[in-house]
Design a protein. Sequence first.
Length: 228
Amino acid sequence: MTRHPLPIGTRVSHINQQWARSLPDGTATVIDHKGPWPDGSWEYHVRAARDFSRQPGPDNPESRTTWWPSWATTPSLTKEKPVNNTTSNSEDGEQEIVSLHRLLARAIAAVDNNVEEAFVVFGLPSLWSLTSPEVRRQVLLLAAWEARSATAAELESPTSAGQYAWAFTQYAFSWAEQHPDGDAEGFCAGPHSARHAASSLAFDRDDLLVSLETALLLCSRADTPEES
């Protein structure tokens, strides 16, 4: 049984979103609560996706706020933590993110930005599938940050990955404008819409090739990371 009230920042889904039970990150974030009422219930002010019936993502951002009753509010199964805690808060975890990002950037550059060729030549789908979803998410965010100045034309692609890549760059560009002193670490730590969208994509094993292509498209629009 869920214990209420839930802490501010908890990722949740609504009882009427039965399809959301398989999502690792829920569909909304608790931003406030009020109660308890005489019957012991609470109400949660949440930031939710624009379209209640669909999974959050770049094409369905969490841009709407509403109130949900506690009896209809369920915390997500996966409790997310800031980036420096997500991969066991270790230098090894952070280095894995940086190393994989560097590899993808060099791979796509080596084949003149040909995604399909990068898949085959470097065996990236297999590597990507063996990578933890938390690391995949952080690589997507890091790549988005590095490509935040890319234009729509530069990221043009007939696939859904192109739409994801463009949306992620817009998230990163907007965040950078709002946080002029911010850096990659701050952006990747969240919480914000880009992190939630990256989680949805990175944790979806049915869309591994889409998330990999998105990462490669983003890497193709940023300078190749230098050796540290």
